[in-house]
Design a protein around this ligand. Structure first.
Ligand SMILES: O=C(O)CCC(=O)C(=O)O
Length: 275
């Protein structure tokens, strides 16, 4: 497979000569690799507040709560940007400035969630890019969007930390099996099983052989910025430690999807707040 044929045309960093809050080195690392880890962005007291709120939400139920396959254990809680106590984190001054530096536009929350990979029982996420679903299913025109992971509990190789294929964001990798765009399709079940949108095996292998796979180890308070077109995934949590993180996905206001058949909590189209 010739990777040139699937090379991405859209920019990764949309601003030009803007080196604050990320400096020139950080911007070029993000541009080349599709991600960057930033240490100690959220203080420990705030992390404790997040953890308390996560534990309260863990005991709620609703359409936006996804359990592990055939288990009661919670896997994900979506639409957390509507939680007043979590507002300070997706509206965090540094985070928003970095997001807008990369996207060079006003932004809104496209998707938000807690990924709660419980000790012993938390399940894997198959390798995928978010953009393939956002583009094919939701109709997002370009990858002018960004994911921010806020690390709440330590993420390491033993508790299912995220893995990424550096530089894979520079290609549009077709899926082995595309997710249906049919309104009747059970998008929620697919969040548990992830049967669709994994990268085509031959291309995936070639990317790994060329660029490798990297574990993203993070400590509480660290954040990860990553491009929605970056291939990422993670393994089961077989350790006795919960792996908890918040994930906020921001989209540029000039990049709104024209249509989205997925529920609003998966692909927000009620844009009430623009930053
Ligand atoms: O939490 C993880 O390890 C991966 C999450 C992910 O890729 C997703 O929620 O789309």
């Amino acid at each position: 497979m010739n990777l040139k044929k699937i090379t991405r045309a859209s920019p990764v960093v949309w601003s030009k000569n803007n080196f604050s809050p990320l400096n020139a080195e950080q911007i070029s690392f993000y541009k080349e690799n599709g991600f960057i880890k930033l240490k100690n962005i959220i203080d420990q007291q705030s992390i404790n507040e997040i953890l308390n709120r996560v534990m309260e939400l863990y005991n709620t139920n609703g359409e936006n709560v996804v359990s592990e396959l055939q288990e009661e254990t919670i896997r994900q809680i979506f639409e957390i940007h509507n939680e007043p106590t979590l507002k300070d984190f997706y509206q965090h001054d540094y985070v928003l400035k970095a997001v807008k530096q990369i996207l060079d536009d006003q932004v809104y929350i496209y998707q938000s969630k807690i990924n709660y990979k419980k000790a012993f029982t938390g399940k894997s996420f198959n390798f995928h890019t978010d953009y393939i679903t956002w583009h094919n299913v939701d109709g997002m025109p370009e990858p002018r969007a960004i994911n921010i992971d806020i690390c709440v509990t330590e993420q390491s190789f033993y508790n299912g930390a995220l893995m990424v294929v550096p530089k894979s964001h520079l290609y549009y990798v077709p899926a082995e099996n595309e997710q249906p765009k049919d309104q009747k399709f059970n998008f929620k079940d697919n969040l548990q099983t992830q049967d669709y949108d994994t990268p085509k095996t031959e291309i995936f292998k070639k990317l790994i052989e060329t660029y490798g796979i990297e574990y993203i180890a993070l400590k509480p308070g660290d954040i990860l910025l990553f491009d929605p077109n970056l291939i990422h995934g993670s393994s089961n949590n077989i350790s006795p430690y919960d792996r908890i993180k918040l994930m906020f996905s921001y989209n540029s206001v000039t990049n709104k999807p024209k249509k989205s058949v997925r529920p609003n909590y998966m692909a927000n189209h009620n844009i009430e707040e623009v930053f």
